[in-house]
Ligand binder design. Sequence first.
Ligand code: NAI
Length: 328
Amino acid sequence: TRTPVNVTVTGAAGQIGYSLLFRIASGQLLGQDTPVRLKLLEITPALKAAEGTAMELDDCAFPLLSGIDITDDPNVAFDGVNVALLVGARPRTKGMERGDLLEANGGIFKPQGEAINAHAADDVRVLVVGNPANTNALIAQQHAPDVPADRFTAMTRLDQNRAYTQLAKKLGVTVNDIKKLVIWGNHSATQYPDLFHAEVNGKNAAEAVNDQAWIENEFIPTVAKRGAAIIEARGASSAASAANAAIDHVHDWVNGTPEGQWISAGVVSDGSYGTPEGLITSFPVVAKDGRFEIVQGLEIDDFSRARIDASNAELAEERDAVRSLGLI
Ligand code: NAI
C-alpha cells in the first residue's frame, strides 16, 4: 500500500469542513488508490466540535482514512502537509470596514503561511477557500518564501461550476456539452465569467447564446451574486457546493485536466494578459504534471478586457491595502 498523503483542513469544524472532510476521506480528492491522513486545524474554542466531526469520520470506517489529528497549532497542523485546504477565515461582520477584514485575515493567513514554510512537505499544494480568498492566498504565499509561489492558489472553481449550470439552462443543454468556460479575476462581485472563449458542442458559447443583454444583465450578475442568493434561500451560506469545488480544484491539479478542457484557478500572475505580476488572480488554466499553466494566446475583446482589468484593479487595491497594513 502507498504511504498516506497528509491533507490539512483549516476551519475543519465549520460548514464547508463538514461537507469536505467526508469526501476527502472517501477518496474523492486524490483517488481510490491513495490513503489519506487528515490534519484538522481549528481555533481553540472549536476543537471540541472538530473532535465531534472526527468521531463521525471514524464512524464511516473509510478504508482510505489512515488517521486524524486535531490541533489548534498551525505548526502541528502543517507538519509534513502535502495538500493544504485553507478554509477557515474571518468573515465580514456588520459594520466591518475592508481594512478591518483584511487585518483580521492577515492574523490568520500570515502565521499559516509561516507554518507551511517551516513544516510542509516539499510537494505541498495549497488551496485557499476562506474569503477574501485571493488576497488571503497572497498573504500566505508572501510568508512562505521557500515554497515555490505557484503552489499557492485561490478557489474560483465554484464560480466556474455555477457558470456552467447557468449557461446549460439557458441553452437547454447539459454541463457535459460545455467546455472552456472560465472565470477571470477576483472571487468577488467583480469576477468575470467568460462566455467568449467557452464552447458549447464545439460552437462558440457567446454566439450560441446570441444575446448580449442576457450575458451582461443576467448571466454575469447571476454567477457573481450566487453566493448571496444561496444565503437568501437557504438561510446559510453555500457549503456543500464550495466543498465540491475544492475537491474539483485539487483533483484536477493533481491528476491533470482532460485534453481540450480548461479550468479556472486563482494562481500567481506572471503578467499574462496585462495582469499585475504577483497578484493571485483567476485565469483559464490547464493542469499538467501536477502544475497549473495559464492558457496563453487568447484574444481578449474590449468587453472582456474592461471586466478583467476592473477585477484585477480590485485585487491590486486589496494587495496595496494589506501592504500598507504591514501584512505582506
Ligand atoms: P464557517 O464559519 O462555518 O467555518 C469557518 C471555520 O473556520 C470555523 O469553524 C472557525 O472556527 C474556523 N476558523 C476561524 N479562524 C481559524 C483559524 N485561524 N484557524 C483555523 N480555523 C479557523 O464558514 P464556512 O461556511 O465553512 O466558510 C469558510 C470560508 O469559506 C468563509 O471565509 C467563506 O466566505 C469561504 N467561502 C469561499 C468560497 C469560494 O468560492 N472561494 C465559497 C464559499 C465560502
